[in-house]
Design a protein around this ligand. Sequence first.
Ligand code: F0G
Length: 418
Amino acid sequence: MSEAYKLECMRCGTRFSKDDIVYTCGKCDGLLDIKYDYSEMDAERVVEAKGEGVWKYRALLPFNEDTEPVTIGEGNTPLYRCDRLARSVGITNLWVKHEGLNPTGSFKDRGMTVGVTKAMELNVKGVACASTGNTSASLAIFAARAGLPCYVLLPAGKVALGKVAQAMMHGAKVFSLNGNFDDALRVVRRLCDEERLYLLNSVNPYRLEGQKTIAFEIAEQLNWEIPDRVILPVGNAGNISAIYKGFLELKELGITNGVPMMTGIQAEGAQPVVHAFRHGRSDIIPEPHPETIASAIRIGNPVNAVKALRAIYDSGGVAESVTDDEITDSQLLLARLEGIGVEPASAASIAGLRKLCDMGVIEPDERVVCITTGHLLKDPERAIAICEPPYEVPADVEAVRRIMHDMKGERREELVYA
Ligand code: F0G
């Protein structure tokens, strides 16, 4: 059914064939959207669908029935109710959707299963991306499953250890680029055009089709009731655009009756979307020197900014920034108060929640979902740096006991950071 879709420029409306390898509009350089004829779709097929994860929502993906997906069991991540964290920020209904529990440890797997399946359909000779780390790890693994050559460009010295290890281990050709993510994306886009490699950054609209299933899962996990607000970190700005599209589609099909306020959080040192939002602009002014400890979102020129700002404005959401210290405090708080281990960029959503509650932007009775995008083990060096070191002791019961008795056994409720 969902073979009936169109690739359309969001700015000038030009349409492209699904066999074209295009990422932006050839006429005006606008971003592309995948559009379906919703009147032809059967909402029941979405609500009643069996199975798990991304491909469960196949009726809303751009493939025909007999496409064989390249899959590693992505999606189907837990939505944790977080009452302790809710109390600590003064609201009553809070959930965390932990996308770090995808097979490669980040939400990127949802986009890659769709993107690499499309790559196979297009019969490309290889796949490539620029990355702050997670995209490259995910692409390397899906390319291995598909048997495709894979090339990834990473900003030198700015990618967390776990992510580089994944890309290298799974056989991607890894380039350490003397520049930042924005430079890497500029270079890989040219190479993909000239070398006929398939680009799998989030400017590729098929990636976003996979990622929109986060919205479907949230809605389904809440019994097809949408939350009032969804909060997530923003880097290249694809995920917030994708999730908004997912919620819009559910509304279009009459499955739900609204969309949540899309709330994007950036790090203070890399906040072009927040600046645009504060000035009511529909596009960003690139930041040439982005800097933050949340290396996944260290991006100054997000390629999907126009889509992300549209999602934020149209849903009545906001964009806000948080400091690196606020990110660190929130990473520790989430880990210890709720047992959810995330990498720094993901903790930006929690830092944003805390700040927006303090500011009174979030009302106490709002139903809020925070999305945590990547697993703690992606960035083990940062985790070790922000925690107290282990106690060094001789192999002796008394020595251990003495230190134990000196410790304060804190109750979780009493944990307060910053
Ligand atoms: N959180 C994590 C853990 C990420 O890896 C990223 C993006 C984001 C949030 C932001 O998502 O770009 O869709 O706004 N990482 C990309 C990468 C850029 O290369 O792995 P976005």
